[in-house]
Design a protein around this ligand. Sequence first.
Ligand SMILES: O=C(O)CCC(=O)C(=O)O
Length: 255
Amino acid sequence: MDIPVRHATDDEVRFFHRHGWVRLARLVPPDTVTALRERAMDHLRARERGAATLVDQAFGQSRDVADGDEAFRALALAPAMGRNAVRLLHSVRDVRVQVTNLLVKEPGEHGATEFHQDFPWMPMDRSAMLTVWLALADVPADMGSLRFYSGSHRHGVLGRSFTRAGDDQLTQHPWLKELELSPPLDLEAGDATVHHALTVHGAPANRRESTRLSFTVTYFDADALYTGTPYKQTDGLGLEVNRPFDHPRFPCPRP
Ligand SMILES: O=C(O)CCC(=O)C(=O)O
């Protein structure tokens, strides 16, 4: 199965290097997104619901959706997705998929996504990592499209959030407010935003009446080494410390 994905332009790549995030309009064509949305709804109906963690209060997830769904797998492994990730990340030879996910933000059920970095949790020895966040239906800004602190990816690892109340990045690092906050983005189905794993990002609560629905895929430097840091996804896989993530759970998109 092939999923059509467009290539990022040179301007988009430059924008990402500078700001740590970029919007890729029409990354996937509308008819393809319609088919993906139908599949997403089925997966989400089957997901386990929980409100145990601070993350669960911000959005619902159906993790590793590409494992059991050939269309989402084809999208995550599409050659153009891999090529885009390689170009957006600085000087990486190749990338692996870290995780795929379906995300929902329900009006009235989920709150805002507090500002955070993705990288502080990760068991990789380098931070070249990004997430493509693809809108599966229109996501106007007040439905909860992501916002980013531009340039925050150049400030290193700023610490974990979602471990306790009040540990969002702005509370921990008030100086972040001196950086430019990305504008509220009205995304159409098939548009994506991409953010670096060090870029501080968050999203407002969903103020519309319908569900905010997105697919995400995270790519990381294929040469990254496993550090052994405890992490639910990698614990027990038999990965060796100081060796690459050479494991079927971390496939590389291939031309
Ligand atoms: O969709 C959201 O509200 C948050 C998603 C997020 O933080 C991520 O994909 O890294």
